[in-house]
Design a protein around this ligand. Structure first.
Ligand code: BV8
Ligand code: ZN
Length: 257
């Protein structure tokens, strides 16, 4: 199946000095990582993401929440970056300045070679103490399968004895100021913003493409289907990120160019 890349986009990318990517769970889907909406399948299918991804949920049932995050972390440890992550990393060798801003809490962009990835919503592999917020060193290797399917007692903080929590930004928690500033700056200054594999529902992340469109950027959406961003994006490339981004790379910087 040939992917049609608009010629206007090809020309802009060939001359671009600054390209930014805003990625969501869809960019990791082809690595086998359930998207945020899918993550609530199987053992957690009767839960709503906001029921598990919040401080209140952790206060109510820390073993259920810690079990969910360790299940997700285990999936990431067993996964590999896919063609989308790898091509995004390679584009950084073709364009003077590339920013990768992700809503994802996995490290697949880093493992694909992307540098200075901005994690708006934190990282699974950087848990902190719920009480004193100090970083907690996770033991190496794959966490054991939670007994009985999903509950897992979180470790205790070695400094204050508090419970360790996932190092992610939960609903009702603020995106870290420094990450937010870098993300807004990138969207204001870039020539092209790709928004890849996100349902563009969660705020304030979903406002970044709007900030980019209000500036000088060409906004390009890559998704399997329509989202609320369709009207904002100048181009909506429909399909799998792991297929579209390599096709885009070949069309712009391919061997014969
Ligand atoms: C805050 C980390 C308050 C945890 C996540 C207006 C302004 C500000 C806040 C709000 C607001 N309105 C509402 C709010 C509250 C809330 C919010 O946005 N709620 C939503 C539900 C309406 N926002 C917050 O709480 C934020 N904080 O507001 O703080 C505050 C203010 C002042 C002072 C103190 C506090 C914090 C939100 C962060 C929550 N944490 N993640 C964890 O991972 O467990 S959010 C999580 O869901 C993700 O990180 C992501 O951001 C979001 C959505 O996930 P997606 O990545 O989009 O994935 P999804 O499954 O939804 O979609 C996948 C997409 O990929 C689909 O479109 C699919 O078609 C596509 N796809 C699938 N496969 C592929 C593909 N595309 C291409 N190729 C493929 N192969
Ligand atoms: Zn502590």
């Amino acid at each position: 199946m040939t992917i049609e890349i608009p010629s206007e986009l090809i020309v802009v990318l060939r001359n671009a000095r600054h390209v930014a990517f805003l990625t969501g769970a869809g960019v990791s889907a082809e690595s086998g990582i359930p998207t945020f909406r899918d993550a609530l399948t199987g053992l957690w299918e009767n839960f709503d993401a906001e029921q598990l991804a919040s401080a209140d949920a952790f206060r109510r049932d820390r073993e259920l929440v810690w079990g969910w995050y360790e299940w997700r972390r285990m999936k990431v440890l067993k996964a590999e970056p896919n063609a989308a992550h790898c091509t995004i990393s390679t584009i950084a060798s073709k364009v003077p300045h590339v920013d990768v801003v992700t809503q994802n809490v996995d490290d697949l962009h880093e493992r694909a070679g992307s540098e200075n990835v901005v994690h708006l919503h934190g990282r699974l592999d950087h848990p902190i103490c719920f009480a004193c917020r100090r970083l907690h060193e996770l033991s190496l290797g794959i966490p054991e399968e939670p007994e009985g399917g999903r509950r897992l007692a979180p470790p205790r903080c070695e400094y204050c004895g508090g419970y360790v929590r996932p190092g992610v930004v939960w609903f009702g928690e603020s995106v870290p100021e420094s990450e937010w500033k870098v993300a807004v700056d990138a969207c204001r200054k870039c020539d092209v913003l790709f928004t890849v594999g996100t349902s563009s529902i969660v705020q304030p992340a979903a406002s970044l493409p709007v900030i980019a469109a209000r500036g000088r950027a060409m906004v390009v959406q890559i998704n399997l289907g329509p989202t609320s961003l369709d009207g904002i994006a100048q181009f909506n490339l429909v399909g799998q990120a792991g297929v579209i981004i390599p096709a885009l790379f070949d069309a712009v910087w391919g061997p014969s160019k």
